[in-house]
Design a protein around this ligand. Structure first.
Ligand code: ADP
Length: 396
């Protein structure tokens, strides 16, 4: 059984084709700069060197045509009947979708209805789904939502202290994101610790370009740092994370700039990029090594804000079995792991300096303490494939 996972962004489509009997990736690729004259399609078939093609790709329709052309030409997908289903990443499922959903016209309408909650993400996700249906009409399509894992949060964690009608009528609440990653590493962490997931308490830190921290009690999300949108929470590559909301009115008044301009500023030009001019963590470390004070400040702020969330979620959970670092930064940045866990012995957290330098993949304990500190390689695409398969099995 093969499953294709699609993650359609506004100008890119990321994909992976899995053989589900052993969870191996047959081919994975990324089509970028959709809509530009020189779009780029990079892909890796198992065991082969990466290939790169440049061509004009006008829109998502052309991007999916290119993807299915490569899958067919490589012999990996000679016939659409070889495909059990296509799993689509959908960022926002609103309050409606707490589980993966087999796509039907009604489900499409419900995803469309969540666009006001995620105007930067859901329209592109929907385009990917609609094109996949057109080009592979006999293949079942499943939507897997980033928000779904967090549906177990209690109301006192997901409600904002705003007038109740904003929740009742506008559904303004904390939803949380990166759910496929938090859920996936939680399963692996429980396996690694040799405990049932339903008895495992974790603080998972997904640190990539976007970043979020989740408190997991008995295998379930009970709080998470991102909110109505992915802007809230810890400091990120280009997003500000938590700020005083009054800053928005202050900027609007004093600079006379629009809400849209402030939204772009907070999403695209803040976080590490705002503080030091760089958003890629490796570049920030390089700058800091050359004694750049702004880069040093960005690193210090990034680690400090993570540490505050670790402390807060310790208080939420009371007993913690492990901290779990994942995502490009969480998996690779030894300095950051050590810095945000420094001086936490009182909570039972101590990092083993040597183990932290080169943790074994895909899962390693780098702690020298009662609370394990795990570094786990996330695999959101595989988790989407697994959930899509389970959804399909449940409905047939
Ligand atoms: P995305 O959120 O887009 O999936 P990733 O999870 O791949 O992104 O994370 C990207 C981030 O990981 C970038 O900031 C990158 O600099 C950082 N990163 C990757 N490798 C390292 C490394 N060896 N040390 C520090 N940061 C790293």
């Amino acid at each position: 059984m093969k499953i294709l996972v699609l993650n359609a962004g506004s100008s890119s489509v990321k994909y992976s084709l899995f053989a589900m009997h052993n969870h191996s990736v047959l081919v994975a690729g990324l089509i970028e700069r959709i809509g530009e004259k020189q779009a780029v399609h990079r892909f890796n078939a198992a065991g082969a060197a990466q290939q790169m093609l440049e061509m004009e790709i006008a829109n998502h329709q052309a991007a999916l045509q290119e993807l299915f052309r490569i899958l067919s030409a490589s012999g990996l997908l000679a016939d659409s009947r070889d495909l059990a289903c296509i799993g689509h990443r959908v960022v926002h499922g609103g309050e409606h979708f707490w589980q993966p959903a087999l796509i039907t016209p009604q489900v499409l309408a419900q995803i469309t209805a969540t666009i006001p909650l995620a105007p930067l993400h859901n329209p592109a996700n929907l385009l990917g789904i609609q094109e996949a249906i057109k080009q592979m009409p006999i293949v079942p399509q499943v939507a897997v939502f980033d928000t779904a894992f967090h549906h177990t949060m209690p109301d006192y964690a997901y409600r904002y202290a705003l007038p109740a009608e904003f929740y009742r009528e506008q559904r303004v609440r904390r939803y949380g994101f990166h759910g496929t990653s938090h859920g996936y590493v939680a399963k692996l962490a429980a396996q690694f610790l040799g405990k049932p997931l339903a008895e495992t308490n974790l603080i998972t830190l997904h640190l990539g370009n976007g970043a979020s921290v989740t408190a997991i009690e008995n295998g379930k999300s009970v709080d998470t740092s991102m909110g109505l949108t992915p802007l809230e929470g810890v400091m990120m590559g280009t997003r500000c994370g938590d700020i005083d909301p009054a800053i928005i009115f202050y900027l609007g008044r004093t600079l006379n700039i629009s809400n849209d301009a402030i939204e772009t500023l907070l999403n695209k030009n803040s976080g590490c990029k705002g503080v030091c001019g760089e958003n890629d963590m490796r570049s920030i470390h390089k700058l800091a090594e050359s004694d750049n004070l702004e880069a040093k400040l960005a690193l210090a702020m990034y680690a400090y804000r993570l540490k505050k969330y670790i402390g807060a979620y310790f208080a939420v959970l009371n007993r913690v079995d492990a901290l779990v670092f994942t995502g490009g930064i969480g998996e690779n940045d030894a300095w950051l792991r050590e810095t945000c866990c420094a001086n936490l012995s009182a909570l039972g957290i101590d990092i083993d300096h040597e183990k932290n330098q080169t943790p074994l993949r895909p899962c390693a304990d780098i702690s020298a303490s009662r609370v394990a500190v795990l570094v786990i390689k996330t695999d959101e695409e595989l988790e989407i494939a697994i959930q899509a398969k389970q959804c399909l099995e449940a409905v047939v």
